[in-house]
Design a protein around this ligand. Sequence first.
Ligand SMILES: [Zn+2]
Ligand SMILES: [Zn+2]
Length: 371
Amino acid sequence: MQAQCCHRAALDRTAAFCDDCGQPLLRCPAFEECGGLLDSDGCCEECVAPELALDADGVRAARVGGALSLPLIVTNASRARRPLFVKGLWTREAGGDWRAVEVPWERLDAGTSAPIAVRAEALERAGVHQLEIALAVATRHQWREEVLAFTTGLALTVEGEEALTVQQNITYAADAPQTGATIYAPLRVQAAESPCAAPAAPKALPLTRASRLERALDLRGYDDGTVVPRTVRVVWRGFGDREAPPAGPIGGSEGLLTLGRSRARVGGGTNDARLLALAGPGDFSGIDEAASRGISRQHFGLCVENARLVLRVESDLGAWINGEQVPRGTSVLLRDGDRFSPIARTRGCLAVRASFESHHGVVETVTLTRF
Ligand SMILES: [Zn+2]
Ligand SMILES: [Zn+2]
């Protein structure tokens, strides 16, 4: 939850920091629609508000056997009225592997709900069966997509042939200090039919953000576990005085840096950084005018997406990333040491190298060096 002061400060689209508390203003990519700010884990609460519930009445009708179908209801409670996209649903019994559940639909408009049936296996023996459910949802804005995962838990108690109890089971996020703590909430659903019982209302299953699971399921961050937080500091090297912004977090109203031939904002233009071909390799004394004409006014977009640094090729002319040609409209994940160039090496001298400085798997600084 972001402070009121930051929400107020964010209304000035040019502000990069809150002038009250000094925190960087991390606007949601869809800020124009939602007015939301991201939390430190990259989640906009205005856009991303999934709710999961157990259709208790559906469970009552189910019979105890080797497996049980649990009818779940996913709701998009976005206050900003923005659609959510369900990227995946997984279940696992305590200590087991995650099993993907087929979700026959993807888009969920704000204020709407849709059902998903989840199978709980191996309920032959009496006793308590822990079932964890993970839900991954995405919010989209233009070409960008932010995927976030949440978990919840259920305890299924099989007491014999007839009586099945479903208990709501709140497990804290694995990262939280209360690891493994479990609370049994007062939800009790009997499988045994009771002729006079009124239909039970859907029971909410509280969702907890699961950042470790996001990395395990390869939804966010790099495959080695490294993450680029939205607060990462970007440092520019080898750019002229009025060609790149001062070092700092990615600001702007959409959290997107633009690079191209047009002048940089610090030089009265529209880009974050200006790209012009050098007269020779490492020669900052002059500009190769002819080669620079092969660079589009806005050639690249650069942002943090799903805790990764992502470069978007915006030019019809394509680009070169680590020496390979990449067409317009391609989003490429940038790793430490990767290089990109708006022009072929044979046509002029200009490339940018991204280097990461990280501590404990968190990238704190990205240095973009023009050479
Ligand atoms: Zn503030
Ligand atoms: Zn938002």
